[in-house]
Ligand binder design. Sequence first.
Ligand code: SF4
Length: 326
Amino acid sequence: MYPFSYTRVSDTREAVTAGRHGGRYIAGGTTLVDLMRETVERPGTLIDISSLPLREVTVTERGGLRIGALVTMAEAAANPKVRTLYPVVSQALELSASAQLRNMATIGGNIMQRTRCTYFRDVTADCNKREPGSGCAALHGFNRMHAILGTSDACVATHASDVAVAFAALEASVHLLGPDGERRVPFADFLLKPGATPNLEHDIHKGELITAVEIPALPRPLKSGYLKVRDRQSYEFALTSAAVALHIRHGVIREAKVAAGGVGTVPWKLPAVERHLIGERPSESLWAAAAEQAGQGSRPLEHNRFKAELLKRTVERQLRVVGGTK
Ligand code: SF4
């Protein structure tokens, strides 16, 4: 470890004022403390926001859901409103990390978590995300867990969050409070693909604080669920995953929201799959044909060629689980 200062704030304005001067926000600390121990991150000041009043889960006027940034993963997963309205969110949370981590980690921290690329966490390895311009050890290293979608020559790391995949599928937005007031960013724009600057990961300005994630109202009834494929059944990151939500009325799919995890540098929305489903009747052949659209434009690496096919199978299986067949 190395020296840093610590301050605790009790309201959001105080937090933003402190954040403006360059400190790092900390709540559950399940990512940041690890990274500080490994000296990957060296913040000069930590601003403890854990006592801010951002712990509510509320149904919005339009019937969507607003989850406060400091709601823990365990609280959100167990919340009756989340479970009833968006099972895909509670399932994604329950399949994440471990029980101990879910009790500490917050929703805001979860979507801000940094990649689990082992080279990023090894300060002796070349890593453009940790040290811009140094290179990418994963490109020609062991890259079985890395991304096949949204990659660049500078970085091929996946985004590790499961619940972010559900948020991406449902087209959620991120509420921010900063020195210039409040801002709302669509989830699809909040997490940035690496391009030439993999060190820039979020559309978040200096001093801005995440206050909530909002999921829009969707037509009812809405069936949804999350499937995570991984090397072991507990405490492991996804090789592939699929978040699926379907609105089926009079036997026809009227709305489809689908995204994939474990394959993209950001949670990967699958609009071609969604388009293939809308207006059709559920059937085994429809699920298979729609899943064929997943992974368009993928660029597999030496050790993760299996992911393109696994992604299709993951999407097909979860379409069948959520949509059923006649
Ligand atoms: Fe760093 Fe990204 Fe390469 Fe991993 S994949 S070593 S995070 S630049």
